[in-house]
Design a protein around this ligand. Structure first.
Ligand SMILES: [Zn+2]
Length: 217
C-alpha cells in the first residue's frame, strides 16, 4: 500500500514537472515573440516620429512658400513699376473731351478742316485733353488766342479762338485741368472751340481717341 502511494506520488511529480517544463518553454516562446513584436513596434514608432518631423518640415516649407508667394504678388517691384508706368502713360494720352458742359459740334473733322469745332457759350471752361506741357500760348490772326500742349508722347493738342488763357507757356498741366475759356477771337463768327490733335505732324481725328457727342446739354 505504501509503495502504491509512493508510485502515485512519483507519477504526479513527474507529470507536474513535465507539465511545468512544457509550460515554461511555451511561455518563453511567447515572451520571445512579444519581445520581437515590441522591438518591431519600437522601430515603427521611430519611423513614425521621423515621418512626423518630415511632415512638419513640409508644412513649414509650404507656409514659407505661401507667404513668399503672397509677398511676391503684393510687392513685386517689377509689376508695381509696370503698373505705375502704364498709369503714367495713360495720363498723357489726350483722350479727355475738352468741353464738359453744354456744346454742339458745329464743324466735323474732314480733309479741309482737320480739327473739330465745338460751339459753346462764351466763357465755357476748356480742359486739357491730357497731361503735358503748354508749349505755346499766343494770339493768331486767324485762330485767335491759341494754346498748344505737348503731351510728351508725340501727341500735341491745339485749342483756338479762346476768350481767356488760364495757363501760361512752359507750365505743366494735368489731364482735365482748366486751360482757358471759349471765345470768339480771330477769324470766328460765333463763340466756339477749334480743337485739333496731332500725332507727330499728322492731324488725328479726335473721335479716334475720344468720344465727342454731337450735342451735349
Ligand atoms: Zn475750326
Amino acid at each position: 500500500m505504501k509503495k502504491k502511494i509512493y508510485y502515485i506520488f512519483l507519477i504526479l511529480l513527474l507529470t507536474t514537472t513535465i507539465y511545468c517544463m512544457v509550460h515554461n518553454a511555451l511561455l518563453e516562446k511567447r515572451l520571445l515573440a512579444y519581445h520581437d513584436k515590441s522591438e518591431a513596434l519600437a522601430d515603427s514608432l521611430v519611423l513614425l516620429r521621423l515621418e512626423n518631423t518630415s511632415l512638419k518640415e513640409d508644412v513649414e516649407t509650404l507656409k514659407e512658400n505661401q507667404s513668399l508667394h503672397i509677398t511676391a504678388q503684393s510687392d513685386n517691384p517689377t509689376l508695381l513699376s509696370a503698373l505705375s508706368t502704364m498709369t503714367n502713360l495713360a495720363r498723357f494720352i489726350p483722350d479727355f473731351v475738352p468741353l464738359q458742359s453744354s456744346y454742339a459740334v458745329s464743324k466735323e473733322f474732314n480733309s479741309n478742316h482737320q480739327s473739330i469745332d465745338l460751339s459753346a457759350s462764351k466763357g465755357t471752361k476748356i480742359f486739357s485733353a491730357g497731361a503735358g506741357i503748354v508749349i505755346a500760348c499766343y494770339e493768331d490772326k486767324n485762330l485767335g488766342n491759341v494754346i498748344l500742349i505737348d503731351h510728351l508722347n508725340s501727341y500735341k493738342t491745339l485749342y483756338a479762338h479762346l476768350d481767356q488763357f488760364r495757363v501760361s507757356v512752359n507750365t505743366f498741366v494735368e489731364k482735365g485741368q482748366e486751360v482757358g475759356s471759349v471765345g470768339n477771337t480771330g477769324n470766328s463768327t460765333n463763340p466756339h472751340l477749334h480743337f485739333q490733335i496731332y500725332f507727330g505732324n499728322d492731324p488725328v481725328e479726335p473721335n479716334s481717341i475720344m468720344k465727342i457727342a454731337k450735342y451735349k446739354n
